[in-house]
Design a protein around this ligand. Structure first.
Ligand code: PEP
Ligand code: MG
Length: 571
């Protein structure tokens, strides 16, 4: 009997391999020194030198294998280790003057440092606290002579299963043989998630329940899209995996050439195919799949899974990174959209009975001007590094759009006051509330672009909560009411000569995409992996054919007939 554990998929893909349990036993520093102080001192110096050499090696390897960003972590560790004033000297003093063992002195000093960094309640300092803890482990191991589990040279493919993976773990990882990552601790922006996406391997975080299962050495299937780890799959599950894997590989090979082509209909009408991303690292994946821009950069990733709010600098660095990765292609960054099902631990937001109809997105940020303007300043500054466009979420009418634009101007004035130039950027809005779609002709006078968010537009039009399993079958983009709102929005945008895109999941639906283009949606933004398929599809159809499909769908009386039309349509 197999056993499937459910976690959260944070890096797409599918793999089957043996599970390698990566466990780190807790290191224990003895209170009483086993040797005289001079020997404890010598032990510390030797351990520090070994750790220094090792970090230098990690730094070189990370620069080569993973790029500058990953390498910076080891540079930060090296700098901390070499800090005489707050690291080496206090440790030596504790050994010499207080008679502590080298291990105890190391433990105490790094704990003190980590607590100090944490108490400053600042995002950069929180990262320094994590550095201090990681470095403490490394030095303690060197002092106590406890070897680590070696994952640097593996002789077979494995899925690495661990409580948590930190940078000094993953840099040693044999990337030729680690084909998937699964951890208990971590979120969408955790190190595990980022490294997996960088390497293009599946990853699942938030996995629990495996601790007593002796999973090590067992065969397993890891599905980074579904967020599952299936231990000891049955013959049928293994066969289904093999089929799915083969299909995906074959389809990807065929589609590969469509990564590099520009997107257009058969008669040459350009349709921009862009990517939805959730972290700056994903911008690289976006370009590798041929994205012509980023149609939606969900900035929430910077704010969630943490107890403090990100400051201007941290945000600026993240937006800049995404812009630089896109090398001049447009990047639409959506301002903070939390509330609904997205929690924001750093702010004590009220509990609500109907969170999707409550204090969400623009409604919340307009009431937190300091938080909002910090983000807007970071965006305006980052705009100097590429083609950045700002998009406001959940706009229900002109009043909110104007208020958000006023905030933007205030943020610009704050920067100017600091002597920081802030150029003009295009300012658009999500159309994801039916009221906005119905008022699109008015809103188009005040927005530089629209992007239709079908994920929310469907739930608000049909009164069907997007994640509610009990009503899941009612949640569909094929309902004629949803299609009419999309068409009305695109028409209003065309009449006022502003671009109309779509960044909801429907944009990547191959059954619908041609009709969307026919309705006048000329930028479709989706998960990067879907881009080549949609590009190939559109290249087979003329604009007139797309318009024909749109007209036909808009005439349908109900969802079933729309479904029949889209399923019957042949390319
Ligand atoms: C949408 O609502 O369609 C959308 C893209 O935004 P999100 O899914 O982040 O709410
Ligand atoms: Mg939305």
């Amino acid at each position: 009997m197999s056993l499937t554990l459910q976690g959260r998929g944070v890096s797409d893909g599918l793999c089957m391999a043996e599970v390698l349990l990566f466990s780190k036993e807790k290191l224990c520093a003895p209170d009483v020194p086993a040797r005289p102080p001079e020997e404890e001192l010598a032990c510390f110096e030797a351990a520090a030198a070994r750790t220094r050499d090792r970090l230098q090696r990690f730094y070189n390897e990370a620069s080569e294998k993973l790029g500058g960003k990953e390498a910076e972590i080891f540079d930060a560790h090296l700098t901390m280790l070499q800090d005489e004033y707050s690291v080496a000297e206090p440790i030596r003093q504790a050994i010499r003057e207080e008679g502590l063992s080298a291990a105890k002195a190391v433990e105490r000093q790094f704990d003190t440092l980590a607590e100090l960094f944490e108490s400053l309640n600042d995002e950069l300092m929180a990262a320094r606290a994590a550095d201090a803890r990681d470095l403490k482990e490394q030095l303690l191991r060197a002092v106590l002579g406890v070897p680590e589990q070696d994952i640097s040279r593996l002789d077979r493919n494995v899925i690495l299963l661990a409580e948590e993976l930190v940078p000094s773990d993953t840099v040693k990882m044999d990337t030729g043989h680690v084909v998937g990552l699964a951890t208990h601790i971590g979120g969408i922006t955790s190190h595990t998630a980022i490294i997996a996406r960088t390497l293009g391997i599946p990853a699942v975080v938030g996995l629990s329940g495996w601790e007593g299962l002796e999973a090590g050495g067992k065969r397993a299937i890891l599905d980074g899209t579904a967020g599952t780890l299936t231990l000891e799959p049955t013959a049928e599950e293994a066969a289904a995996f093999a089929r799915k894997k083969k299909q995906t590989e074959q389809a990807e090979r065929e589609l590969a050439e469509y990564r590099r082509r520009p997107s257009a209909t058969r008669d040459g009408v350009p349709v921009e195919l862009c990517a939805n991303i959730g972290t700056p690292e994903e911008a690289k994946t976006a370009t590798s799949f041929g994205a012509e821009g980023v149609g939606l950069f969900r900035s929430e990733f910077l704010f969630m899974d943490r107890d403090t709010l990100p400051g201007e600098e941290e945000q600026f660095a993240a937006y800049r990174q995404a812009l630089e990765a896109m090398a001049g292609k447009p990047v639409i960054v959506r301002t903070l959209d939390v509330g609904g099902d997205k929690k924001l631990p750093a702010l004590d937001l009220p509990r609500e009975d109907n969170p999707f109809l409550g204090y969400r997105a623009i409604r919340m940020t307009l009431k937190h001007p300091e938080l909002f303007r910090t983000q807007l300043r970071a965006l305006l500054r980052a705009a100097a590094y590429g083609d950045l466009r700002i998009m406001f979420p959940m706009i229900s009418g002109a009043r909110e759009l104007r208020a958000a634009k006023t905030m933007l101007e205030q943020a610009r004035a704050e920067l100017t006051g600091r002597g920081v130039p802030a150029g003009r950027v295009r300012v658009g809005m999500m159309v994801e509330i039916p009221a906005a779609a119905l008022m699109a002709d008015q809103l188009a006078r005040e927005a530089d672009f629209f992007s239709i968010g079908t994920n929310d537009l469907i739930q608000y039009t049909l009164a069907v909560e997007r994640g509610n399993e009990n009503v899941a079958e009612l949640y569909t983009p094929y309902h004629p009411a949803v299609l009419r709102l999309i068409a009305a929005t695109a028409r209003a945008a065309a009449e006022h000569h502003i671009p109309c895109g779509m960044c909801g999941e429907a944009a990547g639906d191959a059954k619908l995409a041609p009709a969307l283009v026919g309705m006048g949606v000329r930028e479709l933004s989706m998960s990067p992996r879907l881009i080549p398929r949609i590009r190939r599809l559109l290249s087979c159809l003329t604009l007139a054919e797309c318009e024909g499909r749109a007209r036909k769908l808009l005439e349908q009386p109900d969802e079933e007939s729309v479904r029949r039309c889209v399923e019957g349509a042949q390319v």
